[in-house]
Ligand binder design. Structure first.
Ligand code: HEM
Length: 173
């Protein structure tokens, strides 16, 4: 998935303007951190918090997809009309990520002991296997996704933090 083009300065606020762009980067960073923590509940949050955090990621992920929607639509058009390997690979990866996230969340709900125990279904062991296996498989896919969007991420960091520092310096003087 891709994002709106990075605006030149992160110190102003207007709808869709630089400050809004900063929020997009912050949203993605929050999701990445939550995702890393979710990958090892035994060593990080424990299982009660794991379930709640997993549920909390759902609206954040949905926002991420909504924000990227224009890119998704234009990529879908380009996938069909242009034979560009990078666009195809990126689109394939994003579709795989979306499907895997759905599998992880749905299987998570089915095996939930604390957040939604009433959603638990028979054959929990199979669903646990699916949940754990998909959570392992998603790591390289998410890594490639980050790699393909790396220049956007680097630009976002530079503009967000650079802009903040610039704004702070401006107010100091
Ligand atoms: C992006 C979201 C999620 C990720 C990446 C994720 C990842 C993982 C991973 C890697 C494990 C294996 C832990 C281990 O074996 O030590 C696990 C276990 C588990 N997860 Fe999630 N999870 C997510 C969301 C959820 C949600 C939403 C729920 C329930 C509401 C949930 C419930 C569970 C439960 C009950 C286990 C224990 C399964 C077992 O005993 O084998 N997870 N999860």
């Amino acid at each position: 998935m891709n994002h709106p083009a990075a605006p030149p300065d992160s110190s102003t606020d207007a709808s869709g303007g630089p400050a809004a762009f900063g929020w997009v980067a912050l949203l993605d960073l929050t999701m990445l951190l939550a995702f890393l923590v979710l990958l090892d509940p035994g060593a990080t949050t424990g299982f009660v918090l794991h379930e709640w955090l997993g549920l909390a990621v759902v609206p954040v992920f949905t926002m991420h997809v909504i924000i990227s929607w224009d890119w998704i639509v234009s990529a879908w058009r380009r996938v069909r009309t242009a034979n560009i390997a990078r666009v195809r690979l990126s689109f394939l990866l994003n579709t795989a990520l979306l499907a895997m996230m759905l599998v992880i969340v749905v299987s998570g709900l089915v095996i939930s002991n604390y957040a939604m125990p009433w959603a638990q279904q028979r054959g929990v062991a199979r669903w646990e296997q699916l949940h754990n296996m998909t959570s392992s498989l998603i790591i390289p896919v998410a890594g490639l996704h980050l790699g393909l969007n790396w220049s956007w991420i680097r630009g976002a960091m530079r503009r967000y933090f650079g802009g903040r520092r610039g704004a702070a310096r401006r107010t100091e003087t």
